[in-house]
Design a binder for this molecule. Structure first.
Ligand code: COA
Length: 131
């Protein structure tokens, strides 16, 4: 498995790996997926040969904070350490002065605790009003 940082991806490739992972994102709206891709400033992709098998999509100032918006691994490759490696790569890239934050899907709460995140009780959110 190979990790690439900010490697050029298409909206179709991103939608495809998200579909194969099961993550809930607007995968059928390619124009929106494209905006999600081009406006993220740290995207780590995981490759098995030429197959895109995982993605960590983030926004960071490289100084204070990094928001990990999407972590997705193709179902056929899950539980083989790719998610953990993607997170580790993000952490190395942003450095020790950046705090890494995310919103978990209900079914991945246990996962994030397992890979080193602490649960935060002081987080706040204004939810999107359109899906
Ligand atoms: C969540 C996800 C990214 C994990 O990726 P992964 O490559 O399968 O995870 P890893 O193989 O790195 O797992 C690391 C550890 O967590 C464990 N783990 C994996 N999935 C888990 C889960 N859902 N709950 C609890 N632990 C989990 C693994 O067994 C492994 O344990 P270890 O410490 O004994 O080795 C992947 O399952 C996925 O893409 N899920 C669908 C999309 C999603 O819901 N993403 C999160 C919302 S933003």
């Amino acid at each position: 498995m190979r990790l690439l940082v900010n490697h050029s991806l298409t909206a179709e490739e991103l939608a495809s790996v998200y579909r194969r992972s099961g993550i809930r994102r607007p995968i059928d709206d390619l124009a929106r997926m494209k905006r999600m891709l081009i406006n993220a400033n740290l995207v780590v992709s995981a490759w098995e040969k030429s197959v895109l098998v995982g993605v960590a999509r983030c926004f960071t100032d490289y100084a204070w904070v990094c928001y990990l918006s999407d972590l997705a691994v193709d179902r056929s490759y899950q539980r083989s350490g790719i998610g953990r490696s993607l997170i580790e790569c993000v952490r190395q890239h942003i450095g020790p002065q950046c705090q890494l934050v995310l919103l978990s899907a209900p079914e991945t709460m246990g996962y994030y605790l397992r890979v080193g995140f602490q649960r935060a009780n002081h987080a706040f959110i204004i939810r999107r009003t359109a899906s």
